[in-house]
Design a protein around this ligand. Structure first.
Ligand code: ADP
Length: 401
């Protein structure tokens, strides 16, 4: 079965075409600047040259039609006909409490996703645009939605509730939902396979650290706790997000600086984190380069980032009463040897021991970086959210045939 995985944003559509007979990627690409006068489509067929096309793409239906045109193009195409695509999988950010796993798209499912707009006003509406656009371009082709929150629906009430008036949960669904669930689930499964141990027996801390970042305590294969909350703002210090802080800081600063809701929201989401402390960049490469050159602001940003990450690892080891495996993934987790080194250097009380040489290797494959003596396995596992969505789509379409 060939299937298309789509990740639709408000002005972008990312896609990957899979052949599920061997889970190979036949082509992938991105449409950017949808709704602007020069939209850019970048298409990369596997084994062939990347092509870029600039045109006017005003909405998602046209964007997906252009993608399908590329997939069947004589030069850069990989399909004889669009009819070869037998299913479409979509990434959706928020599944609320309704979706505990991926689901076949029906009218009711779309209505539920719309009902969740309130909880993810920036992210869920574009996902519906993507679904509608795919339906228009590929009528009758089954579609599946995979939710970033679904994996975390196993959290217990004592974990997901905030200690604030309970009426806010009842009235407005205020609780911890988490994010990056597809990634946390994927890397925890790969970790168990790599170690050749049953997932059910393992206590794993998965560190998905990229521009955004979250940690999950995966116990027996299910999410027990995760660091993002009602929104992706809670938890770790991130590229431009503050992560955890005293909630009173918000009201205090709003009062002192006379900030509006949207201004304070923008401050915490877009102008905080590594960017705020370094004063120069939200990118970990710039931070570690700056630190190597002796820039005190970059050094402070790095130290705060590492310290906060390490505290979370400690708290999840406490939450699970131990940890067997720590997994690093996403942009920083997969690529930044110095972040991994510094975090693990100070986890000696857990018996963590990282081999500095193994830590430096770059491979793009799952690998162990801990020593044979380490009491905790430390792994670097490249995440693959699209593959996870493709697998769910394949399974659900097969089940519903
Ligand atoms: P997103 O959350 O946007 O999906 P990614 O997972 O792609 O983010 O991670 C992006 C981040 O990964 C960048 O901000 C950068 O800090 C970090 N990164 C990428 N490559 C490296 C590298 N070689 N060394 C250190 N950090 C890196």
């Amino acid at each position: 079965m060939k299937l298309l995985v789509i990740n639709a944003g408000s002005s972008s559509v990312k896609y990957q075409l899979y052949d599920m007979t061997d889970e190979s990627v036949l082509a992938k690409g991105l449409v950017e600047r949808i709704g602007m006068d020069s939209s850019i489509l970048t298409h990369k067929p596997t084994g062939k040259e990347e092509v870029t096309e600039v045109s006017e793409i005003l909405e998602h239906t046209t964007a997906i039609r252009k993608v399908l045109d590329k997939l069947i193009d004589k030069e850069c195409g990989v399909l004889a006909s669009v009819d070869e695509i037998q299913a479409v999988g979509h990434r959706v950010v928020h599944g609320g409490e309704v979706f505990k796993g991926s689901a076949l798209v029906t009218g009711e499912v779309k209505s539920e996703i719309r009902r969740l707009f309130d909880l993810a006003p920036l992210h869920n509406p574009p996902a519906v645009l993507g679904i509608t656009a795919a339906e228009k371009n590929m009528p009758g082709v089954p579609q599946v939605v995979a939710f970033d929150t679904a994996f975390h629906q196993t959290m217990e009430e004592k974990v997901f509730l905030y200690p604030i008036p309970k009426v806010l949960y009842k009235k407005h669904h205020v609780r911890r939902y988490g994010a990056h669930g597809t990634s946390h689930e994927y890397v925890s499964k790969v970790a168990a396979e790599y170690l050749d141990r049953p997932l059910e027996d393992l206590k794993i801390i998965t560190c998905h650290i990229g521009n955004g970042g979250s940690l999950t305590a995966v116990k027996g294969g299910v999410s027990m706790d995760t660091s993002m909350g009602l929104t992706p703002l809670e938890g770790l210090m991130m590229g431009t997000r503050s992560g955890d802080l005293d909630p009173a800081v918000v009201t205090f600063v709003m009062n002192k600086e006379e900030l509006s809701l949207s201004e304070v929201n923008s401050m915490l989401n877009k102008h905080s984190g590594l960017l705020a402390i370094s004063g120069s960049s939200s990118d970990m490469r710039d931070i570690t380069d700056g630190m190597a050159e002796g820039d005190p602001n970059a050094t402070l940003a790095f130290e705060m980032y590492e310290y906060r990450l390490r505290k979370y690892i400690g708290s999840y080891a406490a939450a699970m009463d131990g940890v067997d495996v720590i997994v690093f993934t996403a942009g920083i987790g997969e690529n930044s040897a110095v972040v991994r080194e510094k975090v693990c250097e100070n986890l000696t009380y857990l018996g963590v021991e990282v081999d500095p040489e193994l830590n430096k290797i770059r491979s793009g494959e799952p690998r162990r970086i801990s020593t044979p003596n380490s009491k905790v396995e430390v792994l670097v596992i490249p995440t693959n959210e699209e593959l996870m969505i493709a697998r769910d789509t394949y399974r659900i379409v097969q089940e519903n045939q």
